[in-house]
Design a protein around this ligand. Structure first.
Ligand code: PMP
Length: 348
């Protein structure tokens, strides 16, 4: 830390993303990327747009905003396009939150952006089987962020349960982070028409194979979106680059390709759960493109390290309540067969 770093940041504990190692080629099942490449139409659109990179991108992101509005059956005023959904989350925290609550087991970025923005936070314990107890969020009199499905568990709440939470906290903002909603969960976007305290964030990083393009968005009432836009325009007006915008438009137009990839991943998830259970693993019920699994015969850390030696990367979290587990991204069928083979070698 330099002597110039402001004191208010001394305690900042930056988010540590999953490894992106460059030393050798790994089977990467650690950061929940899609195993499928972007569609050809997306590649073509990004390539075409590359020739215009001398020009700034549209700060209003009009075309993609309109396309998203139409895809989600909302008005363009209800949509803000962002540089990954992490940025949407950060804008929402910055715009609306003094203090916030979230589950004790969830996405590790929430406490980080709370700290960065001087927002106090409280963690509400999950149940011993890692579920979010809806009653704990009724009339909490605080802003709320919930990942649905949750990370790293994959467990999801029903839209009816989320509606109870949103309806019981009318004077507070409720952010529902739907990064993993496309793998079998139900979206809360339709609720945004009825609740002016609800913000739903989604991403192109997982189901739409564009993690490297950095594209996310928020859907909410036009008033909330206008406030978030004020934050965006005060920080980074050209927050989404031209190639990413073009890729995003093409991905929406190629929806069938992405929906079919999601169904494939759901099927592969079912096979993977079956194979892992056969090897003695317990697995939380996941509606995401990953599973959270533990085996009584090996610690999460050892399994992670031994698989890494064998060229397979999974994610291990060094938190006491999570340390028995590894989080495994669902790849292609062939990739998961390799994973199972390597796990068998480790366990034997
Ligand atoms: N929410 C959750 C729960 C996530 O796991 C991630 C991915 N790390 C994100 C949001 C952010 O993803 P992105 O910024 O790539 O949209």
């Amino acid at each position: 830390m330099s002597k110039f770093f402001l004191e208010k940041y001394n305690t900042l504990d930056a988010y540590v993303p999953g490894e992106q190692p460059q030393d050798r080629k790994y089977l990467k099942l650690n950061t929940n990327e899609s195993p499928y490449p972007p569609s050809l139409r997306v590649l073509d659109a990004a390539f075409q747009e590359a020739s215009r990179l001398n020009l700034y991108s549209d700060p209003e992101c009009k075309a993609l905003t309109a396309a998203l509005a139409s895809a989600f059956d909302v008005a363009p005023e209800n949509v803000l396009v962002t540089n990954g959904s992490d940025e949407a989350l950060n804008f929402a925290f910055m715009a609306f939150c003094d203090s916030i609550v979230f589950p004790s087991v969830t996405y590790g970025f929430y406490p980080v952006i709370a700290n960065l923005n001087g927002i106090s936070y409280r963690e509400i314990p999950v149940t011993p089987d890692f579920r979010i107890n809806v009653d704990d969020y009724i009339a909490v009199n605080d802003d709320i962020v919930i990942a649905n499905p949750n990370a790293p568990t994959g467990i999801c709440l029903s839209v009816a349960d989320i509606e109870k939470i949103v309806a019981s906290n009318p004077d507070n903002i409720v952010i529902i982070d739907e990064a993993y909603v496309d793998f079998g969960a139900e979206s809360c976007v339709p609720l945004t028409a009825n609740y002016n305290n609800l913000i739903v964030t989604q991403t192109f990083s997982k189901s739409r194979s564009l993690a490297g393009a950095r594209l996310g968005f928020a859907i909410a009432s036009s008033e909330l979106i206008a406030d978030m836009r004020t934050i965006k325009d005060s920080m980074n007006p050209y927050n989404v680059n031209r190639m990413t915008m073009a890729a995003g438009m093409a991905a929406l137009a190629d929806n069938e390709y992405y929906v079919s990839n999601c169904r494939e991943i759901e099927e592969t998830r079912a096979y993977t759960v079956y194979d892992l259970e056969d090897l003695g693993f317990s697995i939380l019920p996941s509606k995401a493109n990953f599973v959270f699994a533990k085996n009584p015969n090996i610690s999460g850390k050892d399994l992670y390290l031994k698989l890494k030696e064998k060229g397979v990367l999974v994610r291990h979290f060094d938190k006491p309540e999570l340390t028995d587990f590894v989080r495994i991204t669902i790849g292609t069928r062939a990739q998961m067969e390799t994973l199972i083979e390597k796990i068998k070698e480790v366990l034997s």
